[in-house]
Design a protein around this ligand. Structure first.
Ligand SMILES: Nc1nc2c(c(=O)[nH]1)N[C@H]1C(S)=C(S)[C@@H](COP(=O)(O)OP(=O)(O)OC[C@H]3O[C@@H](n4cnc5c(=O)[nH]c(N)nc54)[C@H](O)[C@@H]3O)O[C@H]1N2
Ligand SMILES: Nc1nc2c(c(=O)[nH]1)N[C@H]1C(S)=C(S)[C@@H](COP(=O)(O)OP(=O)(O)OC[C@H]3O[C@@H](n4cnc5c(=O)[nH]c(N)nc54)[C@H](O)[C@@H]3O)O[C@H]1N2
Ligand SMILES: [Mo]
Length: 694
């Protein structure tokens, strides 16, 4: 028997953490995954990372290429050789290129492997399709499109984050639609928040649900109706103005446009005072509580406001994101150590320097907003989209159930002439494809992984590829060879040579230590947002029209948004009187891990309903209900609870749409109509009704 050895791993998943793990190997098998022995103090992995070997050795891993030989969606495939599968794909693609119809190819893919410098499903697919001759791209992302969109006009940069360790200096922490006990965002914030909670920092959670975060950090919970955050935020500002508690010095020094905004808040400009009495009817928080919260907020510094992405994945999400920064400015907390800027991506700071796979520009310069991809396939040029799509190329996404409007995504896959997926399981999306190519997981290859914090991780190959599976890089090299551009795609480099080249362009001096221990720690881990600007705004102006933070933004107005961060809300109506949210499940990453039994049994796949809403409808805990939205309907089992705000329902996203063994896929209810002007998704702005199924 061999001695147990360990190699470093970094979980290449989309929670942002990229935790430093260690694979324990015995007799050529990964027997256990733990935290890295070299990890810094606050860094923690999670159960999904520790149980990754259950993905690696899963009985359903794809082991050979598959070619469809039955109806789409039925899962009827025959095993094929690599030669046959790759030839089929390259013939289709060559034929399109010969006719100058590369725009018929739509690139799909999401959070697959999204942190790697080399095995990055987004970089590799774009590189491959660009060098092939172009494609129709999917633009933006499902995660934080609205927030990304407003960052540049408002702040002149995307880097508006703080490092989690600075929260140890906060007197108060507001987690606004942020649930790090489930969604993480980085590998340190949970342990830092635990320490803050232990030492008595006040923690407040504003969320329609009483989440694990509320319980774990002994936080005060303020329940709010989904999508109504901007009403609450405006009322806080109204109270601060009325009580003369607003930090005008800070607003004047660091921002532009507050004067104009003030007349909107007071109602001078539109006749509607954004007072607590106005807001309480919209957001469900009583006016006394709004006043109490506003007074508390302005009395304690430094306060850190950390928004999740949930607020901006809603109609009007752009403005909710902008308002977080106005609150932090108005209370004098922006720019303080222990404070924050208040916008989503609260932890976005530059990563340590390192090379990564280059992505040449798409020669066709054509794309559709990702939230509209299914509409683009179904409607094509006749519907105003830039191309008529015939081929779907999916790498690192499971868009049938993960994109909004599952009925539509299925129709789109049915309509396409030809579709390809690279994946390691026969996902819902793979089931609709003509060719499915088996790929490796992050544990079967070497990579460098970047995260939200100031770290780089080395993830070493811990196991041999399962069956005939290949790395995406290898697959693209082989396809490129068949289509005559292998030397451009690979530049003649092996994977090892690419990684060495990335390290040549990195700030890492000791490569051997990095590769064996797996962690490089950047120099400063206590960075605060826009530090130079806040230290001297005259000397270090922002790259915005005014050189300051733009509360009023002409750029956004010109793009079709509102000049000021106004309140925008999708209204409920008699037919759909409830608001529904579809949060991220702790024990899945989207649809990933839904097929891992040891994790699935921990998932909460019941739909939450408030006990008063349930009683009115004769619904009891454990009942099966039908939920209908303007876009579709589902059946699911309910959890009756006071842990959700009255008037809202919640169902975790990520359950497989076609083959769910438990729970329902939330995207049958969601809409592909985007929030504008960012064209972001609005998965937390669903209006619904629910009734008991007898
Ligand atoms: N209702 C609702 N829907 C949502 C959301 C919501 O809040 N509510 N959230 C949205 C968000 S934020 C996102 S980011 C999207 C995510 O949407 P997707 O990215 O489609 O979601 P995943 O289920 O993570 O799909 C990733 C797929 O990549 C595969 N994969 C993993 N690693 C690799 C690899 O190295 N190579 C290849 N080829 N494949 C790999 C996995 O097996 C998995 O099938 O979902 C969105 N959908
Ligand atoms: N375990 C796990 N972690 C993940 C992911 C995952 O799938 N699983 N996905 C990762 C990815 S790709 C992304 S983009 C992020 C997503 O991160 P988020 O978008 O922040 O995650 P959500 O779970 O959708 O929402 C966070 C919290 O906001 C609450 N919420 C929903 N709507 C509203 C609202 O209108 N107002 C307020 N105040 N609160 C609201 C929800 O109840 C939830 O508790 O998470 C990342 N982390
Ligand atoms: Mo995301």
């Amino acid at each position: 028997m061999e001695q147990e050895s360990i190699v470093p791993l970094s979980c290449n998943k989309d929670c942002g953490a990229g935790c430093a793990l260690a694979a324990h190997i015995k007799d050529g098998k990964v027997v256990k995954i733990t935290d890295s022995p070299y990890k810094p103090h606050y860094m923690r992995g999670c159960l999904k990372g520790y149980r990754s070997a259950e993905t690696l050795y899963h009985k359903d891993r794809l082991t050979t290429p598959l070619i469809r030989d039955g109806e789409r969606g039925t899962g009827q495939f025959r095993k094929a050789s690599w030669e046959e599968a790759l030839s089929l794909i390259s013939e289709k693609m060559i034929s399109l290129r010969d006719r100058g119809r590369q725009d018929e190819i739509l690139k799909l893919g999401g959070s697959g492997s999204c942190r790697g410098a080399l095995h990055n499903t987004a970089y590799l697919t774009s590189r491959f399709l660009s060098l092939y001759g172009g494609f129709t791209d999917t633009l933006g992302d499902y995660s934080s499109q609205a927030s990304e969109y407003v960052k540049t006009p408002v702040f002149g940069t995307n880097n508006v984050g703080i490092d989690a360790a600075t929260l140890l200096l906060s007197q108060r922490i507001i987690l606004w639609g942020f649930n790090p006990s489930d969604t993480r965002f980085d590998s340190e914030v949970e342990a830092v928040l635990s320490e803050c909670s232990r030492k008595g920092t006040e923690i407040i959670v504003i969320d329609p649900r009483m989440t694990r975060t509320v319980k774990n950090f002994k936080a005060r919970w303020i329940p709010i109706l989904p999508g109504t955050d901007s009403a609450f935020m405006l009322a806080i500002l109204w109270v601060l103005i009325e009580r003369d508690l607003i930090d005008r010095t800070s607003l004047q020094k660091f921002s532009s446009g507050f004067d104009l905004f003030e007349s909107y808040i007071t109602g001078e400009s539109d006749g509607i005072a954004k007072s607590p009495s106005w807001a309480e009817k919209i957001c469900g928080i009583g006016k006394e509580e709004i006043i109490d919260f506003a007074l508390g907020y302005s009395s304690i510094q430094p306060t850190a406001l950390l928004p999740g992405f949930s607020l901006q994945r809603a109609i009007g999400g752009e403005n909710a994101d902008r308002l977080g920064a106005v609150l932090q400015l108005a209370t004098g907390n922006a720019g303080l150590r222990g404070g924050s800027i208040g916008a989503a991506k609260w932890n976005r700071q530059p990563k340590p320097l390192c090379g990564r796979m280059k992505v040449p520009a798409n020669p066709l310069k054509t794309g559709v907003p990702v939230n509209s991809w299914a509409d683009a396939v179904l409607e094509g040029k006749a519907g105003g989209y830039p191309s008529d799509i015939s081929l779907l190329y999916n790498v690192g996404g499971n868009f049938i159930g993960q994109s909004s409007g599952t009925d539509k995504t299925i129709k789109a896959f049915r309509k396409a002439d030809f579709s390809v997926t690279h994946d390691y399981f026969l996902t819902d999306t793979a089931r609709y494809c003509d060719v499915v190519l088996p790929v490796t997981t992050f544990m079967e290859r070497d990579d460098i992984v970047g995260t939200q914090n100031n770290y780089l991780f080395y993830s070493a190959k811990a196991a041999e590829p399962v069956g005939q599976s290949k790395n995406d890089y290898e697959i693209f090299c082989e396809l490129a060879r068949r289509m005559g551009f292998e030397s451009e795609f690979s530049e003649g480099k092996s994977e090892e040579q690419w990684l060495e080249e990335f390290l040549d362009h990195s700030e890492i001096d000791d490569r051997e230590k990095f590769k064996t221990e797996g962690i490089y720690i950047g120099k400063d881990r206590e960075r605060t947002a826009l530090a130079d600007f806040f230290s001297n705004p005259e000397k270090h102006p922002l790259n915005t029209e005014s050189g300051r933070i733009e509360i009023a933004s002409h750029a956004l107005e010109n793009a079709g948004g509102t000049l000021l961060p106004e309140h925008i809300l999708i209204e409920t109506n008699d037919r759909y009187p409830l608001r529904m949210i579809t949060p991220h499940e702790k024990y899945r990453i989207h649809s990933q891990f839904d097929n891992i039994p040891s994790l699935k049994k921990l998932c909460d796949d019941k739909m939450w309903i408030n006990s008063l809403d349930a009683r009115e409808r004769g619904i009891e805990d454990g009942d099966t209900v039908e939920v209908a939205s303007p876009d579709g309907r589902i059946r699911t089992v309910v959890r009756v609870t006071d842990g959700i705000c009255r008037g809202s329902l919640s169902l975790n996203q990520g359950v497989w749409a076609l083959t769910a063994n438990d729970g329902a896929n939330a995207n049958y209810l969601t809409s592909t109509v985007s929030t504008t002007p960012s064209m972001g998704t609005r998965t937390h702005s669903i209006i619904v009704d629910v009734k008991k199924v007898f």
